[in-house]
Ligand binder design. Structure first.
Ligand code: ATP
Ligand code: MG
Length: 173
């Protein structure tokens, strides 16, 4: 019987959503599974995972986000980028070449209305049976939570940022 893929959501304000998804990606890759990661956001830093992933021939990474929307004028440009990232996700899923698809910060694109949540729910219902999917980002929509098997909320009990600690290489990026 083919393995049934899982749908996971990592949400909440606490740290660990993207890194937990990457941890799972490395776990799957270690078993020889093929992983695709599509990042809907491109922050201001050069994230270490970009270099780490290059060491894994079975992890594919695409970064199509445009940065932080609230710092920019061009919401139309953001929408186009989010839509191309979303189209890429569907293409990768239906290529059937991957065991795991990570849609990093998709929740963010949904929250800003750059991608339609109904389309994502439909995609999750119609995805290849064996494909697992991880969606990350704050403020996960209830529709996604309903569609998922496993939902984890990271809660910020404390974060050094609030005490004035700056983002640190290897920890935050
Ligand atoms: P990480 O990538 O470290 O797993 P994340 O995916 O949970 O974090 P995001 O909401 O995507 O968090 O935040 C992007 C950046 O902000 C990351 O560098 C992250 O480490 C940092 N960050 C996450 N949570 C907080 C927080 N509560 N306060 C300040 N910075 C945070
Ligand atoms: Mg993140």
């Amino acid at each position: 019987m083919p393995r049934k893929g899982r749908i996971l959501v990592h949400t909440g304000d606490g740290k660990g959503k993207t890194t937990a998804a990457l941890g799972t990606a490395f776990r799957a890759a270690g078993h020889g599974q093929n992983v695709a990661i599509v990042q809907f956001m491109k922050g201001k830093w050069t994230y270490g995972e970009i270099f780490a992933i290059q060491r894994f021939p079975n992890i594919y990474l695409a970064r199509l986000g445009s940065g932080f929307t609230w710092l920019k004028e061009g919401l139309e440009e953001d929408r186009e980028l989010a839509q191309s990232a979303w189209a890429l996700c569907r293409e990768l899923a239906h290529s059937r070449e991957y065991d795991l698809l990570v849609m990093d910060e998709l929740n963010y694109a949904l929250d800003y209305g750059l991608v339609d949540v109904d389309e994502v729910v439909q995609f999750l219902h119609g995805k290849p049976e064996e494909l697992s999917v991880i969606i990350t980002g704050r403020r996960a929509k209830q529709e996604l939570i309903d569609a998922a098997d496993t939902v984890t909320e990271m809660r910020a009990v404390k974060h050094g940022f609030r005490a004035g600690l700056r983002a640190q290489k290897g920890i935050e990026y």
